[in-house]
Ligand binder design. Structure first.
Ligand code: XIL
Length: 463
């Protein structure tokens, strides 16, 4: 699948092209120029996860395990406080053949989250879709199906006990009119499969928050009424239910007016509410006007969550347009996430920051200051690196460049900047004499560092 590029911002485009060129050389000592694809207004913001934490909220993203390196990994690890495996924990992924399990991608995502101090949202245990064919094609009695489901839930939840903060236990149980969806579970087990699934999940991990998750339940309506009544009756029966997930796969300009009211009424039942799969799709091509509307839509959703104390947070269903399910499923639609395909933040990014109390911007900045990192020379256990900060259409009066060393590198000495390293986090601030970077100008600083094994080039963030 190829989707049209959504914005044409030069720094980001250069970043990807240069990055590919650098990868192609494959040589450690080659000059690897990575441009931080961050317009100045973005770079100056605190990471979204810090802004969210200050509001007592979680901000999450769905991720694809195989992509958690390079720029994708850097953004996923620094901007978000929660990860949801987009597909890796679904039944069809973890048990493609009956009795043969494949946990590799799910394990990888859980390990990445742990390394980055993030929560994991487990997704999903009981669903009508993405089940293994041995399950859907089999002939089962109700008792057999119930046992299969119990074993599945027990196996998966136990495996990640203590490592998954919240589970989308039951996904998409309702039709649009609020009746139960006819599927493998409802048709064979009746509505009690929901209470049973929750009970089995609680037994396998008593500390995980257990959710029911659905789409088109963001505003008040027949479907969300059905979910509301279900949660109310589960609570009354003492069934373990901790939260409601509103997927929020929204269409441009169509954030339901009753979103906050709906979140509040669920909260008033005594459960948490999370927005679990937010994206805002538009008909392609994206235009500046559509991206501005999209920013307003993202802002409205985050603001609604911020306004209700029991709203635990918002997860976006992919943070970059290059990792979104929309173009595959909704023909002609796309550009649904907060970063474009080249990892440049879109107006929606600034709008999220604003809704979380940061100083974001909803219009793309006209100029940018960027940082590029290069390994100038390397020897058996050390290397010399240089960072160049360049401005075009913008200027700086002071700067701080930060990055993460993921492979054990340690700064030993720096010049033309004051560098500190705490664990993997490196922070270099301007010296007294080189804080000013004029429009059209640049400054550089250098450092020596130790390394062993590998020396991946980090993405530098300017602040
Ligand atoms: C989607 C994934 O993003 C796609 O990669 C996959 O092909 C289909 O499923 N509601 C859900 C998610 O609960 O699991 C779905 O994820 C999107 C709709």
């Amino acid at each position: 699948m190829t989707s049209p590029r959504t914005t044409g911002r030069t720094p980001a485009t250069r970043s990807l092209a240069t990055r590919l060129a650098a990868l192609a050389t494959g040589a450690l000592t080659a000059v690897a120029l990575f441009t931080a694809a961050a317009p100045a207004a973005h770079a100056a913001d605190a990471p979204l996860r810090d802004l969210a934490a200050a509001k007592g909220k979680v901000i999450g993203t769905a991720v694809t395990g195989s992509r958690l390196t390079g720029t994708y990994g850097d953004i996923a690890g620094t901007q978000f406080s929660s990860l949801t495996p987009g597909n890796a924990m679904k039944w069809g992924s973890v048990e493609p053949t009956q009795g043969t399990f494949n946990w590799s991608e799910a394990d990888q995502i859980v390990a990445f989250a742990r390394a980055h101090g993030q929560q994991v949202r487990g997704h999903t245990l009981v669903w009508h879709s993405q089940n293994p064919s041995w399950l859907t094609n089999g002939t089962w009695t109700a008792a057999q199906l119930s046992t299969l489901l119990q074993n599945h839930i027990t196996t998966e939840v136990s495996r990640y006990r203590g490592q998954v903060a919240s589970w989308d236990v039951v996904n998409e149980p309702f039709n649009e009119d609020g009746t139960y969806r006819s599927d493998l579970w409802y048709d064979n087990l009746g509505p009690s499969y929901i209470a049973q699934a929750l009970t089995w999940a609680r037994a396998a991990d008593p500390d995980a928050k257990l959710y029911i998750n659905d789409y088109n339940v963001e505003g008040v309506g027949a479907k969300s009424d059905a979910l509301y009544n279900l949660v109310k009756s589960l609570k009354a029966q003492g069934v373990p239910i901790d939260g409601v997930g509103l997927q929020a796969h929204l269409i441009l300009g169509q954030v339901p007016a009753t979103l906050q009211q709906n979140i509040q009424r669920f909260a008033d039942l005594g459960v948490d509410v999370s927005v679990t799969e937010l994206d805002v799709r538009m008909q392609l091509p994206a235009t500046a006007a559509k991206l501005t509307q999209q920013a307003a839509d993202y802002k409205a959703v985050f603001a609604a969550c911020v306004a209700v104390s029991r709203c635990a947070g918002v997860t976006v269903w992919g943070f970059t347009d290059s990792d979104s399910w929309i173009p595959d499923v909704f023909s002609g639609y796309g550009a649904a996430t907060p970063y474009d395909e080249n990892y440049a933040p879109k107006p929606a990014y600034g709008a999220i920051a604003e809704a979380l109390g940061g100083g974001g911007t909803t219009t793309p900045p006209t100029g940018a200051c960027t940082a590029s990192y290069e390994v100038v020379s390397a020897w058996n256990n050390g290397f010399t690196g240089q960072v160049r900060i360049s401005c075009s259409g913008a200027a700086l009066s002071s700067w701080k460049a930060t990055w993460t060393y993921g492979a054990g590198q340690r700064i030993t000495q720096a010049w033309n900047a004051a560098c500190t390293q705490s664990g993997t986090a490196v922070s270099c601030a301007n010296a007294g004499y080189n804080g000013t970077v004029p429009d059209g100008g640049s400054v550089t600083f250098g450092f020596n560092a130790s390394w062993s094994g590998s020396n991946p080039v980090p993405v530098v963030t300017l602040g």
